[in-house]
Design a protein around this ligand. Structure first.
Ligand code: CUA
Length: 297
């Protein structure tokens, strides 16, 4: 069996063995049960026989299942051990989950919203979360590991071939959980090094909104998602609730800054106070760049 990652075959082997054993036992037990029902039915056997014990049978049904579960354990352990033996010299990528998007950060500081990796090279993912528990799930690699706020979980993988592989969030993390989609993009090492080496400069404007996950909830095209759209935001009149009091405000620079740093301060009518405060998640330069960009929308 040859899957998309170096260890996916091992995981499949354990799965197929356990599934196969279960199906065979199900068929066997059900078959014997039906046979006994017919063979020893009351109309043909009115007087039941008294059977004391059978040492051979008892030994068999103790030893055989023990061997069976030990083989299951072996397959499970063999796959698990490879997944937990993290190759420290692999490419290190910080995977940061946030409501509701993924950010991938490389050692040279480059950030991306898709996970680019070199094909056939070990990649170590250091999993972090900005807010709640998420789970980094790449089904094709048989890789799933939680992103827990306040700690760094680690995992690794090595792809077998070039291609795009789905990334899902596998831990319910709020309304847009199902929209936490991204891709692992496995490309030849040479192309990867070129990609990694291209300095895109400090992220600005729309790229910053993507990296920080803003556009998971705020659209740029006027459509209503979780939060108000950014389109035509600056100078717009909004009805907001501040300390329980409704008032009408005009969106200015001050309002934008406050809404990013203290999102719960003014709640726009028709929306829920769901946004996490961004103070610790943005540098001053990023904050100013976002505000500047928003004023142009
Ligand atoms: Cu993040 Cu579910």
């Amino acid at each position: 069996m040859n899957g998309a990652s170096s260890y996916s075959g091992l995981v499949d082997k354990a799965f197929v063995f356990i599934l196969g054993t279960s199906v065979l036992l199900l068929i066997g037990v059900t078959g014997v049960m039906i046979y006994f029902l017919v063979r020893y039915r009351r109309s043909k056997n009115p007087h039941p026989a008294q059977i004391a014990d059978n040492a051979t049978l008892e030994t068999l049904w103790t030893v055989l299942p023990t061997i069976l579960v030990m083989v299951m354990f072996y397959y499970g352990w063999a796959g698990f051990k490879v997944m937990r033996d993290i190759p420290e010299d692999g490419l290190q990528v910080t995977v940061r989950a946030q409501m509701w998007s993924w950010v991938f950060e490389y050692e040279n500081g480059k950030q991306a919203t898709e996970l680019y990796v070199p094909t056939g090279k070990p990649v170590v993912v250091n999993l972090e979360s900005n807010d709640v528990i998420h789970s980094f799930f790449v089904p094709a690699f048989r890789l799933k590991e939680d992103c827990v706020p306040g700690r760094t979980n680690r995992a690794w993988f090595q792809t077998n071939r070039d291609g795009d592989f789905n990334i899902f969030c596998a831990e319910y993390c709020g309304e847009r959980h199902s929209a936490m989609l991204s891709l692992v993009k496995s490309i030849p090492e040479k192309e990867f090094n070129e990609w990694l080496g291209v300095d895109t400069g400090p992220p600005e404007g729309e790229r910053l909104l993507t990296l920080k996950g803003c556009i998971a909830c705020h659209s740029l095209d006027g459509s209503k998602v979780i939060g108000p759209t950014f389109q035509g935001l600056f100078g717009r009149e909004e009805v907001v609730t501040t300390d329980g009091v409704k008032r009408t405000i005009t969106v200015d620079e001050e309002y934008l800054r406050r809404s990013i740093l203290e999102p719960a301060a003014d709640i726009v009518e028709g929306y829920e106070p769901l946004m996490p405060a961004q103070g610790n998640l943005l540098t001053d330069a990023e904050l100013e760049a976002i505000i500047e960009y928003l004023m142009e929308q």
